[in-house]
Design a protein around this ligand. Structure first.
Ligand code: FVH
Length: 296
């Protein structure tokens, strides 16, 4: 839809990709960045470079913010606060749920309609089918500007609590970090053997992890059911089996000269579950343990 005025504040790798995607759809895009030269390529393609954050805010009914962190968001937007009234402000800067809640209150105090967002994409996948974004806060912002926000990636509205999007965003990023820790550990083990290689292992690893991710919805259903009514989990393994397998992994890592730090944490958790009188490992128990619930 050409004609809808959108402002993008912050033209790093991600903000630049967001602005470019909006320009591609023929929208009027105003941009601002601390280092103005980062706007050059966008201006060549039709974007308007605002002289100040305040001018950028005034230029768009929808204002997207994508900066390094919340300190920079405040540094940039505090002097522009007077222009926010009546604007739809969407902050796509990574931060904690607490920071999102604090900023939502600040934005509401200045009369902005505030939506917090988390981008589940990298710059090269913005505006592709792969990209999705979490949103929480004022749902009317999403409803009123859905066409523009859908350009960036599929929107998932989570609820009115402005911290929800940050919470889901960081949850997914944490799982990703742990997956890459596991990948690097696995490759280090493979490299310790004559004939082992990263590429040789990785094809099998991707198949294995892809198969294992298919069990997650069943685990999730068990966790939710357990929370609601105490239903016993279906997917379960004995702690003895888990502990024996973990010990094999620790010995193998040690022999390969690979750090056992992460595995020792797992072993300690399994030991603690056994010491608390549990016989079986299952996902609801693992969740209770990680949440430090007394029964785990
Ligand atoms: N890049 C990615 O793959 C991830 C994917 C998921 C979402 N994140 C989040 O997006 C935010 C911005 O990330 P980015 O990739 O654009 O980051 P940079 O390329 O490093 O650009 C940083 C921008 O922030 C500006 N900036 C930093 N400090 C200040 C400040 N004190 N005052 C004003 N602006 C500031 C910086 O300006 P400049 O250095 O060009 O002048 C850039 O515009 C982030 O929350 C990710 O977690 C990206």
């Amino acid at each position: 839809m050409a004609g809808e005025a959108v402002s993008v504040i912050g033209l790093g790798a991600m903000g630049g990709a967001l602005a470019a995607a909006l320009l591609d759809t023929g929208r009027e895009v105003t941009v601002w960045n601390r280092t103005p030269s980062r706007a050059d390529a966008l201006v060549e393609r039709g974007a308007v470079l605002a002289p100040s954050p305040e001018a950028a805010v005034r230029a768009g009914r929808l204002v997207l913010v994508c900066l390094l962190d919340y300190d920079s968001v405040h540094e940039v937007l505090d002097p522009a606060a007077g222009a926010l009234r009546g604007r739809a402000l969407v902050n796509l800067t990574n931060g904690t749920p607490g920071q999102a809640a604090e900023f939502a209150a600040w934005a509401a105090g200045h009369g902005a309609d505030y939506l917090d967002g988390g981008i589940m994409a990298i710059p090269s996948t913005v505006a592709t089918e792969e990209a999705f974004l979490f949103y929480s806060g004022d749902e009317n912002v999403l409803t009123g500007h859905r066409a523009a926000l859908e350009v960036l990636g599929t929107p998932h509205y989570l609820g009115a609590d402005p911290g929800l999007a940050a919470s889901y965003d960081l949850a997914l990023l944490t799982a990703m970090d742990m997956m890459f820790d596991g990948f690097h550990h696995a490759v280090a083990l493979a490299l310790a053997r004559e004939g082992g290689s990263a590429a040789g292992l990785t094809g099998h690893l991707v198949s294995w992890l892809t198969n294992m991710t298919r069990v997650m919805p069943a685990f999730a259903a068990e966790i939710d059911a357990h929370r609601a009514d105490g239903t016993a989990p279906v997917l379960t393994q004995t702690l003895d089996l888990q502990r024996a397998a973990t010990m094999n992994k620790i010995v193998t890592a040690r022999e390969a000269g690979v750090s056992t730090e992460l595995l020792e944490r797992t072993a300690a958790e399994l030991d603690a579950m056994a010491a608390a009188g549990h016989r079986d490992w299952n996902s609801p128990l693992a969740i209770r343990r990680i949440r430090s619930e007394p029964s785990a």
